[in-house]
Design a binder for this molecule. Structure first.
Ligand code: BGC
Length: 428
């Protein structure tokens, strides 16, 4: 195998963003934040908001879906014991959570299982059906309640773009993050869950709320901190929501589905990644930033530089490790079988750094666009997700960029936001 260093060098440059490009992302993002048409005027009217496939503007020009959640932020007084179903990444989790008010909670019980087990099953593959997937989830719920017959309310964090029908019901608009399970798109996921609970003879679990994971994160953040107005996930996928204080006269958390933001500067590697993806021409911000894709961007550039027909299998975790633990030579050899010289390894490390830095800068530019939209006030952004949570250097980029703009905006890490938020939503 031969390394074309020039290709790595030009990839490094292509992943670097200029100040002007970032400014434009911030501005474009702000301009795309518009409220859904026909906001609710009377009780019950929310049910009839015509979302036009989730697009907010009459002219259909915004790439942000702006989905109403039917929830405002919590008071902090929510209490009681609930089941939380957290579905949205490669693991599904069911937790029994006791809310103790004012940001305090206790996890009473927790079960988790991967959605893919090599050689055994794959519930996100196109051969799997929604029925099989929800039967698997019902089995986990059974494990979590552990024979308990008392009635318990369940909050469901479902981390995909969904049109909310009311707090308890949501229809999946389309899968993201390369999920392909059949017979779920266009369906009411609460109905699918209820049918699976029935098949599993579980009668005492009552699904009462279904929410996006960004909404769950914001609920968790605001349960402890009333200044939290923005919730974001920076993990396998990426997305942000915020509290709109005046949604036809009432506060409402809106899920931006910002991973679908389309005005993102893209280079040749982004175009190849998009071509290879399940949903071509969609999720441009997510494809440039999230854990599901940053490793693949590196793989595409490395395959080109090493003139390989086969795509390598670098993950976001590899990239983060290369930067923080000086392990680039190890990962290049492991994934490509090519042993780089120290100089070459340094170049690859720079590439990993630029891919991840671009990711964090783009995410921050959208936060700033939202900040510009909300206006000057003290606001904090609660962020959950493995890419953010496990990588202090990404946290520093985001906090540093926010601090350059104002001391009124800050970001903080939310632990277990998806699960705790589901319990809070069930309590609301
Ligand atoms: C989904 C969002 C979700 C995000 C983070 C994206 O792919 O479209 O609904 O919030 O991933 O999990």
């Amino acid at each position: 195998m031969r390394l074309n260093k020039g290709i790595v060098q030009s990839a490094i440059e292509e992943f670097a963003l200029s100040e002007d490009e970032l400014k434009k992302v911030r501005e474009d993002f702000k301009n795309e934040i518009t409220l859904p048409p026909c906001p609710p005027s009377e009780k019950g009217a929310l049910k009839s908001i015509p979302l036009r496939g989730g697009r907010p503007k009459g002219d259909g020009s915004s790439s942000l879906k702006m989905l109403p959640s039917f929830l405002s932020t919590p008071t902090g007084n929510e209490s009681g014991t609930y089941l939380a179903l957290d579905f949205g990444g490669t693991n599904v989790r069911v937790l029994k959570i006791k809310l103790l008010t004012k940001g305090e909670y206790e996890i009473v019980n927790k079960v988790a299982a991967p959605l893919i087990k090599a050689g055994e099953y794959d519930f996100i593959h196109k051969d799997a059906t929604g029925e099989e997937l929800f039967d698997f989830i019902a089995k986990l719920i059974k494990e979590a309640i552990n024979g308990d017959k008392g009635e318990i309310r369940l909050g469901h964090t479902f981390s995909f773009p969904s049109e909310q029908l009311d707090l308890a019901n949501a229809k999946l608009i389309s899968w993201t993050k390369e999920f392909q399970t059949r017979n779920v798109e266009g369906e009411n996921v609460t109905e699918l869950l209820k049918a699976a609970l029935k098949r599993a003879n579980i009668e005492n679990v009552i699904p009462v709320a279904v929410i996006n994971d960004t909404v769950a994160t914001l609920l968790t953040a605001a349960y402890a901190d009333p200044n939290a107005l923005i919730g974001s996930i920076y993990a396998t996928g990426h997305n942000t929501c915020y509290l709109e204080k005046n949604y036809n006269g009432q506060p409402m958390i809106l899920n931006l589905e910002s991973g679908g933001f389309s005005k993102v500067p893209r280079n040749g590697f982004d175009l190849i990644l998009d071509e290879r993806s399940e949903k071509r021409g969609a999720q441009f911000l997510e494809k440039a930033t999230s854990g599901r894709y940053v490793g693949e961007l590196f793989s595409i550039a490395a395959a080109k530089a090493l003139e390989s027909d086969k795509l390598f299998d670098f993950s976001s975790v590899d990239l983060c490790d290369m930067i923080t633990n000086n392990s680039t030579s190890h990962f290049i050899k492991l994934r490509t079988n090519y042993a780089p010289t120290p100089d070459e390894a340094e170049l690859f490390a720079k590439l990993a750094n630029n891919i991840l830095t671009r990711s964090a800068l783009l995410v921050t530019a959208t936060f700033l666009g939202l900040y510009d939209r909300i206006g000057e006030e003290n606001l904090s952004i609660g962020i959950d997700g493995s890419l953010y949570g496990k990588n202090p250097f990404l946290q520093e980029i985001i906090s540093g960029e926010l601090a350059k703009v104002s001391d009124k905006i800050s970001a903080f890490k939310v632990e277990d936001g998806s699960a705790i938020g589901a319990a809070i939503a069930a309590a609301c």
